[in-house]
Design a protein around this ligand. Structure first.
Ligand SMILES: *Cc1c(COP(=O)(O)O)cnc(C)c1O
Length: 399
């Protein structure tokens, strides 16, 4: 393995001045194969988690052929790369112009909605198309999740039956969808949401063709170790089979985080130490928005050629901008002797990390380096097939 083909190698041989994103296509490929082989239905990648073209290509090549897009820019981006992909426009509040462009120019046939006005807008913008799959977004609880998605979108239980009925009149294919919140720590979240869907379907008395359980599938972070993903899939399958829907109805899911978290990490440099606070060169305006604003605890490790022998201590981070808010409380566990000039790898930043970077204060860094070492945590185990893939990737990049 060439030295710069691991995060440690990136730090010790390149000694980068700006943060470097280490990408791991092998880890994203493994996640995509896991979902496409084990989820008992169709898998849509939620592009907002990480819209990197390299990642989208890896997912595509490993069995994920459907994409949940939420803006016209995401529609254009994925369509330009993948003419044969199925795109589903799952934002319940869309500009009419975006709907029209998606339908007429990019072949999008699936849209979500959570009110009558949006239904009318979709019908008008598509010229009253008769080939639409329309998914009614239901409001469900985010009670089992680390990041709520419960208050902004979704029709209430009271209003759902009428909206389902109205949508059934014009849809070629009728769906229900929801989002249980991101990083859902229990399969029960999906069982609860599917119970809400069941009530709405029974009350409306409509035939439903698609049940989309959304995103929320968890990854592993310090202090957040969820049950295995198989347990989620089993619960969803069992509850799906209890629904009063046609035998040919389809089950869909829209993972963002779970398909992308392990794809990348960031190698940062310590510029200053002040007690138990480290000034590092990436922060809340870079890849660490969630660490700063929702106190997300990403895994960290010190990258030294000769590993430190000191025991660990807890640290907080300041980012590089001049803003006090550019602060990541953590705690992040690192050897107690960490010092300026040291490099740190911050892991599991493939989801909602790179995607949230800004140019603020001139500190944006888009430098990336493909590496072959393992992600800091994995929800996907390892098997012989992965070893083989790793070897293959290595052979390719070593050329
Ligand atoms: C954000 C989002 C997703 C992805 O959620 P994750 O928690 O990252 O899996 C899926 N569907 C919709 C509609 C979303 O808004």
């Amino acid at each position: 393995m060439r030295n710069d083909h691991s995060a440690l190698g990136v730090a010790t041989t390149l000694r980068p001045v700006s943060p470097v994103t280490c990408i791991r296509p092998h880890a994203a490929a493994r996640a995509a194969r896991f979902f496409s082989q084990k989820f008992p239905g169709k898998v849509l990648y939620a592009v907002k988690a990480n819209p990197s073209p390299e990642l989208i290509q890896v997912l595509w090549e490993n069995g994920v052929n459907h994409f949940d897009v939420a803006s016209i820019a995401e529609v254009r981006r994925v369509r330009a790369m993948l003419p044969d992909a199925t795109l589903c426009y799952m934002h319940p509040v869309k500009p009419a112009e975006a709907i029209a462009e998606a339908y007429h120019e990019h072949g999008v046939r699936t849209f979500s909605l959570d009110c009558l006005e949006e239904l009318e807008k979709i019908m008008e913008a598509t010229g009253h198309a008769t080939d639409l799959t329309l998914c009614v977004r239901l409001r469900v609880s985010s009670g089992h999740s680390k990041l709520s998605l419960a208050s902004k979108f979704g029709v209430s239980a009271e209003e759902a039956p009428a909206l389902l009925l109205a949508t059934r009149q014009v849809a070629d294919s009728l769906g229900v969808c929801f989002h249980v919140g991101s990083q859902s720590m229990s399969p029960q979240a999906y069982a609860d949401a599917l119970a809400i869907a069941k009530t709405a379907i029974v009350q409306a008395g409509v035939t439903v063709d698609v049940v989309d359980v959304g995103g929320g599938f968890p990854s592993i972070y310090p202090g957040m170790v969820p049950p295995p993903l198989e347990a989620y899939f089993e619960t969803i399958k069992a509850q799906f089979e209890e629904l009063p829907i046609s035998y040919s109805a389809e089950l869909w899911c829209e993972p963002g985080r779970a398909l992308s978290a392990e794809y990348s990490s960031v190698v940062v440099r310590v510029e200053k130490r002040s007690g138990d606070v480290l000034f590092i060169n990436d922060g809340s305006y870079g890849s660490l928005f969630d660490a700063a604003h929702v106190n997300w605890r990403f895994p960290v490790r010190l990258l030294r050629e000769t590993p430190s022998q000191t025991k660990t201590a807890e640290f907080s981070f300041y980012g590089p901008t001049c803003d006090d808010m550019d602060f990541m409380k953590g705690p992040f566990e690192l050897p107690a002797d960490v010092r300026p000039g040291d490099y740190i790898e911050i892991g599991m930043l493939g989801a909602y990390g790179a995607a949230l970077r800004t140019d603020f204060n001139g500190f944006r860094s888009d430098k990336t380096q493909e590496v072959l070492d393992a992600p800091m945590f994995t929800a996907y185990g390892s098997d012989a097939e992965d070893e083989a893939q790793l070897a293959l990737n290595f052979a390719k990049t070593a050329e």
